[in-house]
Design a protein around this ligand. Structure first.
Ligand code: HEM
Ligand SMILES: *[C@@H]1O[C@H](CO)[C@@H](O)[C@H](O)[C@H]1NC(C)=O
Ligand SMILES: *[C@@H]1O[C@H](CO)[C@@H](O)[C@H](O)[C@H]1NC(C)=O
Ligand SMILES: *[C@@H]1O[C@H](CO)[C@@H](O)[C@H](O)[C@H]1NC(C)=O
Ligand SMILES: *[C@@H]1O[C@H](CO)[C@@H](O)[C@H](O)[C@H]1NC(C)=O
Ligand SMILES: *[C@@H]1O[C@H](CO)[C@@H](O)[C@H](O)[C@H]1NC(C)=O
Ligand SMILES: *[C@@H]1O[C@H](CO)[C@@H](O)[C@H](O)[C@H]1NC(C)=O
Ligand SMILES: *[C@@H]1O[C@H](CO)[C@@H](O)[C@H](O)[C@H]1NC(C)=O
Length: 377
């Protein structure tokens, strides 16, 4: 009842024109009636196909005069991803933190040399669950601060801070949502990471440190978060995000041993700040290259997907979750369970946009032997 009232409140506010429905807020889970009220307010975009790979994927100066660091202002949105926060702080993404999926793919490729397949895959995964499929906009964090000049409706969620559809537990430098803040840089976690870098990486972050710290963060959540969940898709993104700092935060002029200096690491994780004269990686890191890093991290401590069963230290394996033996199941379950669950009854323009985005999301898997889930009807 309280929830219904809240939703109704949000719609009335939107209709009154006191608050506007944020153009980047997700339409997931809204009733047909709410959608009828909101959709006419939105500017529906014709969706562009995702950008292709970089023409010249070599290292180059990316902290350049055209992309200076500017700290976010009070109305600029930032979120749990240090990569996207950095791209917004350097103007590779709109500095307000609201972007289309195409802009995100281009920025991740241009600024960090993220491979086209993984950039498209993670961006459309995130957009499908956290973005607005009609306006083609996604917030890289939460909502605009409600004190802004054009405050958004209070009951509406969306953006990458949304828990349990993409964002998840056991992050490297962010706490679990259970503890109240799922996206801010956490100094004590960074201190722990530094201690692990000293112990396993001679003072820098490398894949050996990543393997030990990934395991530590999982053990920590098992021991402290009764609600800990570590199933697909979070299972995959947690491992991949442990590789990302090696792939993307190490200067591209270093090509032999990939080690990340902890001062540079802090700049990215805490401030979203590229070091002076920073060069992007000299190779595009796609699904295959990131997968190689995941193997190195997973092998010493092979944790299978699971969750705590509502109590501390009750980690129970979940045989239904996709794992590293079946990458296509990550895709299929994401579409059939996660996205379907958010949009059980889409019709009209929303259904069309949903299916177009699902096509874009499947694109990188076409060549990997996965079968596309039939379009939603
Ligand atoms: C291309 C689209 C991308 C999307 C949609 C995305 C989204 C996200 C999200 C939602 C998280 C939070 C996960 C969580 O803690 O639960 C995250 C974490 C992370 N992302 Fe991204 N990301 C993208 C690209 C990148 C890039 C290009 C980089 C590096 C340059 C990057 C580096 C990271 C790292 C290192 C983390 C882990 C942070 C931590 O655990 O402390 N991401 N990303
Ligand atoms: C979808 O339709 C089903 C069956 O009509 C209904 O029970 C459910 O509440 C609807 N869900 C949404 C989010 O509109
Ligand atoms: C608790 O876990 C469930 C299942 O993963 C999730 O839906 C919910 O958002 C979690 N709540 C918090 C606060 O972590
Ligand atoms: C994520 O963190 C933000 C800020 O602390 C909070 O408002 C939001 O409720 C959190 N989400 C969940 C599900 O915990
Ligand atoms: C940071 O993480 C630590 C360890 O998980 C936790 O005890 C602390 O409350 C967090 N700090 C903030 C400001 O969230
Ligand atoms: C990480 O650094 C440590 C210390 O220098 C070294 O022993 C280890 O082999 C490195 N790991 C990788 C994967 O390079
Ligand atoms: C990048 O790699 C290419 C091909 O191996 C090499 O010719 C070039 O010098 C490298 N650039 C940098 C900045 O290391
Ligand atoms: C996904 O859902 C579609 C439509 O309901 C169904 O045809 C397909 O078999 C499902 N795929 C899997 C692998 O569950």
């Amino acid at each position: 009842m309280a929830r219904t009232l809240l939703s109704l409140f949000a719609v009335l506010l939107a209709v009154d024109g006191v608050f506007c429905f944020p153009s980047y807020a997700s339409l997931a889970g809204l009733s047909a009636r709410q959608l009828d009220e909101i959709i006419p307010q939105l500017t529906i975009r014709t969706l562009a196909s995702p950008p292709g790979p970089l023409e010249d994927p070599s290292a180059k100066l990316v902290n350049d005069p055209a992309h200076p660091f500017i700290a976010p202002g009070p109305n600029d949105i930032r979120g749990p991803c240090p990569g996207l926060n950095t791209l917004a702080n350097h103007g590779y993404l709109p500095r307000n933190g609201i972007a289309s999926p195409s802009e995100i793919v281009s920025a991740a490729q241009e600024g960090f040399n993220m491979g086209n397949d993984i950039a498209v895959f993670v961006t459309y995964a995130a957009h499908l669950v956290d973005g607005n499929l009609l306006t083609d906009l996604l917030s890289i964090g939460g909502k605009t601060p409600e004190t802004g000049p054009d405050p958004p409706a209070p009951a509406i969620v969306g953006g990458l801070d949304t828990h349990a559809v993409f964002e998840g537990d056991a992050s490297t430098t962010r706490g679990d949502a259970f503890f109240g803040d799922n996206h801010s840089f956490n100094e004590s976690l960074f201190d722990e990471l530094t201690a692990f870098s000293n112990e396993f990486g001679a003072g820098s972050y490398n894949l050996s440190v990543a393997a030990e710290f990934r395991f530590q963060r999982i053990q920590d959540s098992i021991a402290t978060n009764p609600n800990f969940s570590f199933i697909s898709p979070r299972y995959y993104t947690a491992y991949a995000e442990s590789v990302f700092p090696i792939a993307f935060f190490v200067d591209g002029r270093i090509t032999d041993t990939l080690t990340l200096d902890m001062t540079v690491a802090r700049g990215f994780f805490q401030d979203g700040h590229m070091p002076d004269n920073f060069f992007r990686s000299n190779i595009s890191w796609g699904l295959t290259e990131i997968g190689g890093g995941i193997d190195i991290i997973f092998t010493p401590h092979p944790i299978e997907p699971g969750a705590n069963a509502g109590a501390l230290d009750s980690y129970t394996l979940d045989p239904n979750s996709a794992d590293f033996t079946d990458f296509c199941k990550l895709y299929t379950d994401f579409v059939n369970i996660t996205v379907r669950g958010l949009y059980p009854n889409a019709t009209g323009a929303l259904l069309g946009a949903l299916n177009q985005n699902l096509d874009f999301f499947f694109g990188p898997l076409q060549s990997r032997g996965c079968t596309q889930v039939p379009a939603f009807v």
